[in-house]
Ligand binder design. Sequence first.
Ligand code: IPM
Ligand code: MG
Length: 372
Amino acid sequence: MKFNIAILPGDGIGPEVTAQAKKALDAIADVYNHTFIYREALMGAIAIDKTGNPLPEETIDICEESDAILFGAIGDPKYDNNPSAKVRPEQGLLRLRKQLGLFCNIRPVKAYEQLIDESPLKKHIISGTDISIYRELTGGIYFGEKNLSEDGQVASDGCSYSVEEIERIAHLAFKEAQKRRKKLTLVDKANVLETSRLWRRVVTDMASEYPDVELDFLFVDNAAMQMILNPKQFDVILTENLFGDIISDEASVIGGSIGLLASASVGKKNALFEPIHGSFPEGAGKNIANPIASILSAAMLLDHLGLTEEAGLIRKGVDKSLKLNITTPDINTKHDNVTTDKVGDFIADFIVNPNETNINFTNIHLGQSTII
Ligand code: IPM
Ligand code: MG
């Protein structure tokens, strides 16, 4: 089959990790006889540097015309350290989410058995964790009215949600829970915020349409604690934009590294796939960034295109790289010299030849890998 894929490498380590995801997609195209037509576009600090605009019109067009979008990372310290900058890289991503109506951000979190001993959390606490976070992505405080008083002494960010905005993502979260362990947890701050009370009311009203799903509620402060104390209690988490941003970074510790977490942002028509990590500017150009989150984002992209077997093969490649320790230093306790490229090469290789006869496996077992 033939698909148009928009590639937005973005900033920092974005281009390096996205290149590995492309290798995996190319390998899939080879094995299954698909054609992926890539169109690359600018977004973020790189787009500001080249065009003055973090989200050029051309990028929006390319994304709108695509079957799926693969995005790398966004952000640059020269803007982070300058609170008065008028144009910021992150505006590009936020505008793109809004423009394409990508209201539902899905962030799967699971504890990889291969990495459990490396986690800062205790094995018995995280082993078996499998959570799917549904984060609302185009509303709330991210998109509310922002103000800074003329004298620069007072600032405000408005937060609002409508019933419609809550319902459309809640339906998707309930449906996901039905396919999984049938539990949905709404994370909010309904003891303080009016918007959270609206979320509770709307989601509670909807629950009767999904009688097989058990619905419960947690205040976000408690949820942050429960995520570390007993993450296995969660199946699907549904939450608003800001809480989802924070909780999902916290949850990434369970997976062993933020470098492993992929995400899908879906909406009315288009869909975008990206690692949840940032642009890691200190690591840019050093060939040390973990490409797995980007490669798993490519797997989610294939799922979205209906290519589930292909997506599964990418995930098997990732599992194998974790098992054989062909991973970057952030999660590799045995070798500190496995590069971003090597991980990408290994996974692409595995896709083309997943058998143990693969020369790389043989050599790895002999300790003579051509890869590491
Ligand atoms: C994320 C990121 C973004 C967000 C930033 C880069 C704007 O942290 O995707 O989680 O806050 O949504
Ligand atoms: Mg974030």
